[in-house]
Write a protein that binds this ligand. Structure first.
Ligand SMILES: [Zn+2]
Length: 489
């Protein structure tokens, strides 16, 4: 495979899709399980859990919910739904029904509430996403998912009672209260939960693909006390079990509550980050945060001017920005309303932006030259191509790469570098295969590898090193898969 050959393939979109599907693509680092269930597949679960469908609200009802409803004429049995109203279902569980696919934020976000009414289980969604990724030659998925047992969250919340409003000056005392929950029993509950999910996935044919979970904090639907409690539990969990690889924050940044609480959210996270860093000095605490998923249509310039840089330092006050904390930024679309300093900080500290092209097109109405893809590229900020909510968007990782290649006229080397970024900037444990992020220079033990045979030989020689460094192991496997792909294509 050389660039000339790739440029020829680029001229034919369908052939490019086939090429990109076959190409090993490393990981997808930004995707939500709740947005990953295709309506055609979720439907089969929905009808096992429910007996009715409400055409007025586009939600499913089980027998109990039906008995408590007003039983109005919009509520149909599943038989009637299948006979006459499947369009209503299909159109309201993804952007399939969105006529103008630009700026469909409301339609997009409503689909999540609808999906919840199907009562599909989290593990079923995780399974669907992983199996699809297997089909697309993805070897690692970092998933924003419900991955902390609900009962554990409740225990932490119930133990934390305060008489007055949440006070940012009392976080030390709050931590002392919550710390009492760090018991063997609770740690076992977390591990048991993750073991069960792991077994379920294995039993259902998930193999040759790794998953790392990210629990998510909610900037709109949580009050500060809940946000603090969950942040405490989620960061703690990431220090206790390697399957929890990091923590994320979700929900729209431009809603009134998210805007008002922005500074408090940063303060809480910064405090807890430092708190757990001291408690677990050998652990890496990984935060990836949605930031700058904004446009002038949704937010004022004043609120966009420092959104990303404040999120990186978890600090709004310019004079107090000392150490970068957040390791990846989700979306970062509003970057052009910040200063060049943000781009420099991202480049210098190798903080990538998770690029979600289809999602930005639908939610924000931003695409093509209006998207900051080329700005990030020009200023050397690393990027990773991600899906965000592939099923709601009616997309997948192949289509995200297709858009990147076609719209920004990427050559083969640039495509390969983007793919390698997905493991380099993942939260996988261990050291990197590459020297200082330079994909042309592998670390001494592996330097000079040109063929599959050489790679296999060095892999055997360095078994011990590979065993203790998961990131390096997966990067080596990707190198091998790419060599095989290039040899055969
Ligand atoms: Zn997202």
């Amino acid at each position: 495979m050389n660039n000339e050959k790739f440029e020829k393939i680029k001229e034919n979109v369908s052939e490019l899709v086939m090429f990109l599907k076959a190409m090993p693509k490393g990981g997808d680092l930004h995707n939500h399980s709740l947005g990953g269930g295709y309506s055609e597949l979720i439907y089969e679960k929905a009808i096992l859990n429910n007996s009715y469908y409400d055409l007025g609200t586009h939600k499913f009802l089980d027998e109990n919910e039906y008995q408590q409803s007003d039983k109005n004429q919009d509520i149909k049995t599943i038989e009637a739904l299948e006979r006459e109203n499947m369009e209503d279902y299909l159109n309201n569980y993804s952007v399939r029904g969105l006529k103008n696919k630009k700026s469909g934020a409301d339609h997009f976000f409503n689909t999540f509430v609808n999906v919840l009414s199907t009562k599909v289980k989290e593990e079923e969604l995780v399974l669907e996403v992983l199996k699809r990724n297997q089909l697309e030659n993805i070897s690692y998925v970092e998933m924003i998912s419900d991955c902390i047992p609900e009962t554990l969250i409740e225990k932490f919340e119930n133990s934390f009672e305060i008489q007055e409003d949440f006070n940012l000056n009392e976080m030390k005392e709050y931590c002392e209260i919550l710390e009492k929950n760090i018991t063997d029993e609770n740690i076992l509950e977390l591990k048991d939960f993750l073991n069960k999910r792991e077994n379920y996935l294995k039993k259902n044919g998930v193999e040759n693909i790794e998953v790392g979970y990210m629990p998510y904090l909610r900037r709109v639907s949580s009050d500060l006390k809940t946000f603090f409690t969950e942040a405490f539990l989620f960061i703690l969990s990431s220090c206790l079990d390697p399957r929890i690889v990091g923590v994320n924050i979700v929900e729209t940044e431009d809603s009134l509550k998210a805007r008002r609480n922005f500074n408090s959210h940063l303060k809480i996270l910064k405090y807890l980050y430092l708190y757990f860093q001291e408690k677990f000095p050998n652990k890496k605490i990984n935060l990836s945060i949605h930031a700058g998923e904004l446009t002038l249509e949704r937010e004022a310039l004043e609120n966009m001017k420092d959104r990303i840089i404040s999120t990186i330092f978890l600090e709004r006050d310019k004079n107090k920005r000392e150490k970068v904390i957040t390791k990846r930024i989700g979306h970062g679309v509003s970057i052009q309303w910040e200063t060049f300093e943000t781009l420099e900080v991202m480049k210098k500290n190798k903080i990538p932006v998770e690029i979600c092209l289809t999602s930005n097109e639908i939610i924000l109405g931003i695409e093509g030259e209006n998207h900051p893809f080329n700005l990030y590229k020009k200023y050397g900020v690393p990027m990773v191509i991600c899906t965000d909510d592939e099923a709601v968007s009616r997309s997948n990782i192949v289509m995200e790469y297709l858009k990147a290649v076609k719209r920004y006229d990427l050559n083969y080397l640039e495509l390969k570098a983007l793919i390698k970024n997905t493991l380099e900037f993942s939260f996988l444990e261990g050291e990197s295969l590459y020297m200082d992020g330079d994909y042309k220079t592998m670390r001494a033990e592996f330097s000079g590898i040109k063929t599959i045979e050489e790679l296999e030989k060095k892999t055997v020689e360095n078994k011990k090193l590979i065993f203790s460094n998961k990131k390096l192991k997966m990067q080596l496997e990707l190198e091998k898969k790419i060599l095989e792909f290039e040899r055969n294509y």
